[in-house]
Design a protein. Sequence first.
Length: 314
Amino acid sequence: MKARGPIWKIAIATTTEAEDAVTDLLYTVFAIPVSSYTDVETGAVTVATYVTENPFAISRSSQQQKKELHPKARLRDGLKRIKDCGLDIGPARIFSQKVRREDWSESWKRHFHPLKIGTALLVKPSWSKVKPRPGQAVITLDPGLSFGTGQHPTTDFCLRQLTKHRPRSGDSRQPRSLLDIGCGSGILGIAAARLGYAPVEAFDFDPEAVRIALENARKNRVSHKIDISRRDVTKQPLRAARKFDVVCANLISTLLIAERARILASLKPGGILVVAGILTVEFALVQKAYEGNGLRMIASRTRKEWRSAAFQNG
C-alpha cells in the first residue's frame, strides 16, 4: 500500500472470555486482520483492527441509503449477540483512534509473533529472526492491511491438519492434492505447497483476498505451485472435474451446510475434509450434515466458542 496518510485503529475493550468472539466480530465487519493484547497488570483485553479510513465518520443517512447498518451499529449488534450467548463481554467499549502509519506498523510487530505448527511448519513475519528447525517448512507472512495470518484458532487447526496428513518421504503414492475453499491470505495453500502437496488450488469470492493471496504466494516463491482464483462456492459444479485428497473449508456454518454437496463434489473417496470457522453451538448441525453424507469425523478441537473438525470420506 503506497498511501502515506494516517491509519485508523478500531478497537473494543473486552474480556479474556469473550476475546475470540470479539476478534471474529471485528473480522466479520471489516474483513481485515485483527490483533488483541492483554494488560498484564489489569487483565483488560483490547481487540483491534486497523483501517485506512475512519468507518465511524460515515454518515448514518448515507449508510441507510445503501440499506446497510452503520459499522458501529453492526459492532453493537454483534456484541449483544455475544452477550446473549452467555459470554462476559466486559465493558465492550468501542472506540476509534487515528495513528501514524509508523505507529501502526510497530503495533503489529509487538503483537504478531511466529507460529510454530509442531516440528513441520513455521509461520513468521518478515521481521522475525526466529530460525526454523531442520526440515521445518517456513511461511513468511506479514499481517498488513489484508487477510488472516494463522493466529485464529480455526486457521491454526487447519494448518495442523495439513501437517498431519502431508505427503511423507518414502511414500510410493503421488503427492497429496489440496483444495482450499475461502483462501483469504492464501496461508493454507502456501503451507500445502511448502509441505509437498501437489497440485494445490485455492479460491475466494473476494477479489481483494485473491490479490493478497497471489502476492503472498509470490513472496514465498510458490506461485508456480498454487492455482489461486476468484470463485464462488455457491456456484461450484456438483460434478467437479478434479477431486482432491484434502479439502479445507474455513467457512461459516451456514455455508458449510448449505453448500455441502458442492464442497464434497471436490473430495476424493477416502479423502480428508477439514472444516473450521464454526461456533461450538452450531457444530452439531455441521457434523450431522456431513455424517449424513457418509463422512466420518476423525478429529475435532474446541477452543473457547470455536470448534473445528476433520472428516474422512467413506
